[in-house]
Design a protein around this ligand. Structure first.
Ligand code: UTP
Length: 276
């Protein structure tokens, strides 16, 4: 039903310096797989096959990762090591990968608008690969596609966070119309302590309807000179067109060192060891 998934991967990843000085944050491996591959696998699990990336300077290793590596593959052909490339080969064989560059880092909203040329006029998924989501049965984006089928409007994934951490997120409020599903009526980007309308924080998974592009074009840059996706979503929410979904599964903030280490430990114990 939704074929395209957008990956904004242009950010500088300053919280991970110096590791991200010349390496994209999205290529950092959680155990033996780069973050961005977890994201593409999630989109594929949700039925999406057109992977669209908004990249920036110094991000070539992402496009190299989703391409054949002839020398390496010839070298290990016929050996037991071929199995290490099985999953990535499956993605390469079954998906398309397109890229455009965000010339200036003007925020997530601006990155998504930059992706319009790859998406066109259709609903699409968005994955922020530094939010790693793990769920045994049915990826988080797959759960969201199911909801899109029912509501045909923008869906954002949310998670309860401690009140003292709401300043790191876009925070929603709205009516819970069903277990774990809210019709959003308010959204605030990174609310100051004590000003959050709830503790329901938006995480890096969205299904967006294509009217978001016109809204983003008309959205002025906020405080930090960045175009915030939350501001554009708020304008959809005012028309009753945004649902928030408390997803099933675990999410790790791999843009932070703590979250990245937790994800690594979790994936080593629960995924890597069981496949060895
Ligand atoms: P972050 O807020 O995590 O920013 O962006 P960042 O630059 O990646 O990391 P820090 O905060 O400096 O450590 C959230 C997502 O939006 C993308 C990032 O690549 C990341 O996936 N993004 C952000 C863009 O693609 N372009 C932007 O201008 C900003």
């Amino acid at each position: 039903m939704i074929k395209k998934c957008l990956f904004p991967v242009a950010g500088y990843g300053t919280r991970f310096l110096p590791a991200t000085k010349s390496m994209p944050k999205e290529m950092m491996p959680v155990v033996n797989k780069p973050l961005v591959q977890y994201g593409v696998e999630e989109a594929f699990d949700a039925g999406m096959t057109d992977m669209a990336f908004v990249t920036g300077r110094g991000k070539y290793s992402i496009s190299d990762h989703f391409d054949i590596s002839y020398e390496l593959e010839a070298e290990i052909a016929g050996t037991g090591k071929e199995t290490y490339l099985q999953d990535i080969r499956h993605l390469i064989d079954n998906c398309t990968f397109t890229y455009t560059r965000q010339k200036q880092m003007r925020g997530l909203g601006h990155a998504i608008l930059t992706g319009e040329t790859l998406i066109g006029d259709q609903p699409f998924g968005v994955i922020l690969a530094d939010d790693l989501c793990i769920n045994g049965e049915g990826s988080v984006l797959k759960q969201m596609v199911e909801l899109y089928r029912q509501f045909r409007c923008t869906i954002v994934a949310i998670e309860e966070v401690p009140m003292e951490e709401t300043h790191k997120y876009g925070v929603i409020a709205g009516e819970e119309i069903r277990d774990d599903i809210f019709r959003v009526d308010t959204m605030v980007e990174k609310p100051a302590a004590g000003e959050a309308p709830s503790n329901l924080a938006i995480i890096g998974r969205y299904i967006l309807t294509p009217d978001i592009f016109d809204i983003l074009r008309a959205t002025p840059a906020g405080r930090s000179g960045e175009v915030q996706i939350t501001d554009a979503l708020m304008s959809q929410a005012q028309k009753g067109c945004v649902m928030a979904y408390k997803f099933k599964g675990r999410r790790f903030d791999c843009g932070s060192v703590d979250g990245f280490v937790q994800a690594t430990n979790y994936c080593y114990e629960n995924i890597y060891k069981s496949r060895k």
